[in-house]
Design a protein around this ligand. Sequence first.
Ligand code: SF4
Ligand code: SF4
Length: 161
Amino acid sequence: MKEIIEAWKTNARTDFEKNKEFLRSLPKGRSTDKAVSELHEQVFNESDCLKCANCCKTTPALVTRPDAKRIAKHLSIPPKTFIRKYLLEDIDGELMIARVPCTFLNEDNTCQIYEVRPQACREYPHTNQSGFSRRVKMNANNTIVCPAVHEIVNRLKAIDL
Ligand code: SF4
Ligand code: SF4
C-alpha cells in the first residue's frame, strides 16, 4: 500500500492529462471491463483503505433517498431530520453529504455508519463495474482522488487489450 500511495502522491497530478488521454483511448468493449476488474481485485488486495480514506476526506458522497432512509433509521432519527442535519441538495435535486471530510469519518479512518453507508460509498471507485471505458471523466478524476485507481490505470497501460 505504501508504494501505491507514494506513487500516487508523486505522480497523480502530473500524470493527469496523460492518463485522461489513455482512458479516452480504451476499447469500449468487454475486454477492458475484464482487465480492469482483474486489476481491481489485484490492487485492492494490496491496498488498505484504512490507511488512506482520501475519498471520504475529499469527495462529498452522493446519498440516494433510500440511503437517507436507511441511515436515518440506523441513527434513530426521522429521514427529514437526517437530510436537514447532514446533507446538501444540489440544483438537480441530488443529495450529498454536506461536509468534507465526511461527518461520519472517524479519526482512525473507519466509518461510523459503515454497515448502512450510502451505495455510492460501497461502489467507489467503480473499477469493478461494467462500462469502465465509458466513464472517462470520472475515472480520470478518480486517479487524483484514489491511489488505487491511479495504480489500476498504470497497470492497465501494460496490458494489450
Ligand atoms: S481513495 Fe481509494 S484507496 Fe483510498 S480509501 Fe478511498 S477507495 Fe480506498
Ligand atoms: S459515509 Fe462513511 S464511507 Fe461514505 S464518505 Fe462518509 S465516512 Fe466515507
